[in-house]
Design a protein around this ligand. Sequence first.
Ligand SMILES: [Zn+2]
Length: 389
Amino acid sequence: MGSMEASTAPENGGTAAGGGGAACNGTGTASNGGGGVERRLRSSTASQAWAAHLPLEVGTRVMCRWRDQKLHPVKVIERRKGASSSSPADYEYYVHYTEFNRRLDEWVKLEQLDLDTVETDVDEKVEDKATSLKMTRHQKRKIDETHVEQGHEELDAASLREHEEFTKVKNIAKIELGRYEIDTWYFSPFPPEYNDCPKLFFCEICLNFMKRKEQLQRHMRKCDLKHPPGDEIYRSGTLSMFEEKHSEESYNLACILTLPPYQRKGYGKFLIAFSYELSKKEGKVGTPERPLSDLGLLSYRGYWTRVLLEILKKHKSNISIKELSDMTAIKADDILSTLQSLDLIQYRKGQHVICADPKVLDRHLKAAGRGGLEVDVSKLIWTPYKEQG
Ligand SMILES: [Zn+2]
């Protein structure tokens, strides 16, 4: 619902001209921006003082006008020279909104920044040194706190810093997929020759990607893939599932992604539920591959909560974590962490005991929200690997 209207992709007919303009959205208007910036700077004495300090240093903290038209605190992550002039005002800044997830980091123009609010970060130099020297606990925590991605706990501080440095700026700003133009969320490890294109064009059938619209159009005339690779193992209405890869490590799901135009329709929850139906058929417990992203963990926690608490509600007598695991194919560790996070576990006489007050269960179930699209197990036609010839 509403996804068609949400599309910002140019109409087919106007693509040759319109597409070029759209692609330049974030990067190509530095020359128009320059004049506006200078005018704006002259209008404010405080800003005039700051004009002498332009371009702003990486690490600077300042307020920035976001897409909601309100000012939000940002930290300058990177900067680049505008194409049109050598003026110090002609720079663009890659900023992290300190209140928001890193997926909203973006390039902004100087006129979006409120220069009256500029503060340079004096801690920055100390933090930089911290990677080569032994870090104090405070500095370590500071890096941990600013590191938004989850699951890199195993990296030491120096590798973490290197990883962050390499991935700090999104290399691709937008992609075009079918009739949608989609903003990207994070850095992605594309081959280096793709790094300077503002938009990549994807074939929505085979997911090949190209630098130019014309290349995609040429490709689309030849692309004759009729379905994703692998065997179709499930079909219900218009929804089909294809199977390709086998995990040696008993992960039942390696990577879960719902593209933005298709989000909030229950597909992510469907995928999680589906992966556990496969595990049940295999007679094994499953768990997602780590690290989980923030949104991934949220989806899984929701699923685990719904499934486990529904059972606890119906089950009158005592039930062990092992039994729960056998019934649901959810790994015991995941059951324990879910129930612990809901404060439903007590440790008594060396044993974990589940405390299941019906009212408490109902409250948690309500908070976990509804499940996604239903998996109709009767339509799953699949033979686990161990049973295959
Ligand atoms: Zn294709």
